[in-house]
Design a protein around this ligand. Sequence first.
Ligand SMILES: [Zn+2]
Length: 304
Amino acid sequence: MFDGGGARAHLVQLDRSWLEVACKHDTSPDVMRLLGEMSCASILLSASLKYEGSVILQIHGDGPVRLAVAECNAKLGFRSTIKMSETLEPAPGADWKALVNQNNLGRFSVVLDPKIDNQHPYQGIVPLHEAGVAQALESYMQRSEQLPTRLWLACNGERAAGLLLQKMPHQGGTNKKSDAQSEAATEASDDDWERLITLAQTVTAEELLNVEAETLLHRLFWQEAPKLLEDKPVQFSCSCSRARVGRMLKTLGAEEVESILAEQGQVDVHCDFCNAAYHFDAVDCAALFTGEHPPSSEDPSTIH
Ligand SMILES: [Zn+2]
């Protein structure tokens, strides 16, 4: 936290939790970098917005990347996954536009999901014409949240990291007499903000990924004497469960589920985030629609 500037920085570094995502995907380094950057961005936005539900970043791409999703909850549990096109291969070194917005038909959205029954998620559209995940989200935060925000994101094969700098909302008073003063305060704060950006943008991807957080924050901002707030652990965490899959099957309806049963003998649902597999046989499926619990209803393989 920067006292003078009315600004905050959040730094996230993922190692083991990132490997948990990375080991489930077999795709190019450029694609994984995109997913790593999105994962870190979702965590940074969740931490900075202090949102009680989940912050979900979602790209429906029109290139080799068909879908990329990164979700972070209020406890800083995140999960992310990517779905590739079956026909388009990513070229080596493919940039962001080549991956997700080749024909300007990609869509990028920020979803704030309260995760409370009967409360609908809020969805905001992120401009995709910017140079990358960081720039697109900066533009979104400025336009939709009126929060001046800067982001630096990095990801290699083993780690993912990000730095977010945010100007705190201006506490404007309504007292006429203090207008001149508050204008001066805003201006000074803009100067501080510009100075913080100048300092932060010296950060390299190498430093973000490999320099220990406290050391890095001091290295970047020592002149500003930042106040360090508490560390919070981040972990890979998937919210899927057999009960949720059961509810999803119920919404498909008995007829649809029965037709899958007739075709495949059982209903298999696979979680793209954590690779958990859920099997529902004919008895399990019947129980979904009659409300009885079948003997085999225990959760399989969903320990994270
Ligand atoms: Zn899962």
